[in-house]
Design a protein around this ligand. Structure first.
Ligand code: AMP
Length: 401
């Protein structure tokens, strides 16, 4: 009999299920570590039966409804609590992949591990985990019905202004701050992973590429973060990096919210570096000491763009105002050692300046909501990006974690 995974975090069930689960686990551990006497074998069997029963209890709590969407490693369904059908959830069913010996992808393991640890209004909540009869793993997540920031950016019928951008960026910054305070890197921040709750709250989702960064000298893979949101140190192959990789991605989301089109959208990793250099300045030993020693560093040739200053950011992003332009510049500093931390970002004067961030309930929303007028950031014409946000980082090799 296979052992079913058991994780329960829903506010209603967490305390009961967790204590019973740890009892079950300690039973199982004890019976493994001691000699195989009959009584211990009985304990192990009892633990497995208990685990199966608990999984069954969790599974029976939910009813799966229609399909909401599909990602690289999971299909997402709408669901509801059997006892209270008005309580909606999203059930993410992990696709079993023959490539993985145990049938579970690393993405699923990472997502469960980190969502279990992180509880914050701007991070999607994981309520439960259960395995279905076919041994597929199901993550029961908070249901976020208002789509994601990518949808809003691309929807030409939705008008929004800088006060709305300030509200969305504030929610993103608080979610990322909480991750970093808990030593978790998200490593795939992009508009498509910022889901919106019914009250307008933005929630950081999809922790399939997340990892902890408590040890600064640990080698990590550089093949993370969807290319357009990936910082230059990862494009140059850095194996030791810090939380500011997520800050660069936040800067790219900020720029995209202001322009309504991705700011640096390379077709290949080399093209991405070329576009970053063109936009922000060519990385050199002067503006980024040590850059030339990074594993995938390529000399730029004759075309050197000088490092851009405040005037460039103000010219490119006039709607952000001088303080907003200054904040964006601090997020997109080439040298990671000089880039702001998310804590510094939250202390920036932009948040306190006029206009104040829109209240979350009044933010523009997909379909049905009223269109906001005035102070609109209009879409740049002719740059349709349909289909280009497809989990680029996931298609790469994850040999080094
Ligand atoms: P993912 O595999 O996380 O990229 O999810 C695939 C799609 O399912 C997303 O693009 C959303 O449309 C939808 N989805 C994922 N999670 C949720 C959720 N918590 N609430 C509502 N829809 C979701």
């Amino acid at each position: 009999m296979a052992v079913s995974p058991l994780i329960s975090q829903s506010p209603s069930s967490a305390s009961v299920s967790t204590s019973t689960a740890s009892k079950a686990k300690s039973l199982a551990v004890r019976s493994e570590s001691q000699s195989a006497t009959a009584s211990h074998l009985n304990n192990a069997t009892a633990a497995l039966e208990l685990a199966e029963q608990m999984n069954e209890n969790v599974r029976r709590k939910y009813v799966k409804d229609n399909k909401l969407g599909e990602g690289t490693y999971a299909v997402v369904y709408l669901g509801h609590l059997r006892d209270t059908p008005s309580s909606l959830v999203a059930i993410k069913k992990i696709k079993v992949n023959a490539e993985y010996r145990d049938g579970l992808s690393m993405d699923a393991i990472r997502e469960i591990k980190y969502l279990q640890e992180l509880s914050h209004p701007n991070i999607i909540a994981l309520h439960d985990v259960f395995s279905s009869k076919d041994q597929n793993l199901n993550l029961v997540l908070e249901y976020l019905p208002l789509g994601d920031l990518e949808m809003l950016i691309k929807d030409g019928n939705i008008q929004y202004g800088v006060a709305d951008v300030k509200a969305w960026m504030g929610m993103l910054a608080r979610g990322v701050w909480f991750c970093h305070e808990n030593f978790v890197l998200h490593r795939d921040i992009k508009p498509n992973n910022l889901l919106i709750a019914s009250d307008g709250e933005v929630k950081l989702a999809d922790f399939g590429l997340a990892r902890s960064f408590a040890d600064p000298y640990m080698n990590m893979t550089h093949q993370v973060i969807t290319r357009w949101y990936r910082p230059p140190e990862l494009l140059y192959g850095a194996r030791q990096y810090s939380a500011v990789v997520d800050v660069w991605s936040m800067g790219m989301v900020f720029a995209e919210l202001l322009l309504r089109v991705p700011f640096v959208a390379g077709n290949t990793d080399m093209d991405q570096i070329a576009k970053i250099s063109e936009a922000f300045g060519t990385p050199t030993e002067e503006n980024w000491p040590g850059v030339t020693r990074l594993p995938n560093y390529v000399p730029p040739g004759d075309r050197i763009t000088p490092l851009q200053g405040r005037e460039f950011f103000l010219r490119q992003f006039p709607t952000a105002g001088p303080l907003g332009a200054d904040l964006l510049m601090s997020m997109t500093t080439l040298d990671p050692c000089k880039r702001s931390s998310v804590r510094q970002i939250l202390q920036h004067a932009w948040w306190m300046s006029e206009p104040k961030p829109t209240f979350k309930e009044s933010l523009p929303r997909k379909s049905g909501g009223s269109k906001k007028m005035g102070n609109d950031l209009s879409r740049r014409a002719g740059e349709d990006s349909e289909g280009r946000f497809k989990n680029a980082a996931r298609q790469l090799d994850f040999g080094v974690k």
